[in-house]
Write a protein of this length. Structure first.
Length: 142
């Protein structure tokens, strides 16, 4: 992938937004400093960044595609109430893949895990869905 100023601006916007953001949110973020920045340039930049592996495009249950900086394979649990996102530990996914291979003679080639549910905070007091999807902290019960 050729590195351009426009692609760098798109990637920087994703990082500033904290990931899990849509093309519209990225466009809005870039336009804070460059009001005339074309939406089509954001989409072309996202396409190039995704194809190069610098950015992940992911579907978080419903609605628009969300983008985040690439950081190794990871999978998501999404709160259906607040839209918060929890990254699922790779070890859990590897265990599923190993089980499929050893117990069912099924050899996974690509694994995508998306779990929809209700986070701890919303199970106690439902929150309003925010424009940006927050990252949910990992809480391990003793």
């Amino acid at each position: 992938m050729r590195r351009t100023a426009q692609r760098s601006m798109v990637l920087e916007a994703i990082v500033r937004l904290g990931g899990h953001c849509t093309a519209d949110q990225i466009t809005e973020e870039v336009r804070r400093s460059r009001p005339d920045f074309p939406r089509s340039t954001v989409y072309r930049g996202l396409e190039a960044l995704t194809a190069s592996g610098a950015v992940y495009a992911t579907h978080l249950g419903e609605g628009a595609t969300h983008y985040e900086p690439a950081s190794g394979d990871h999978h998501h649990a999404v709160c259906r109430v607040c839209g918060g996102v929890l990254h699922i530990e790779e070890e859990m996914v590897t265990n599923i893949e190993n089980h499929l291979d050893s117990e069912h003679r099924f050899k996974p080639e690509r694994t995508e895990v998306l779990v929809i549910g209700v986070c701890d905070s919303c199970s106690r007091e439902p929150a309003q869905r925010g424009a940006l999807r927050r990252t949910i902290e990992h809480v391990h019960k003793p």
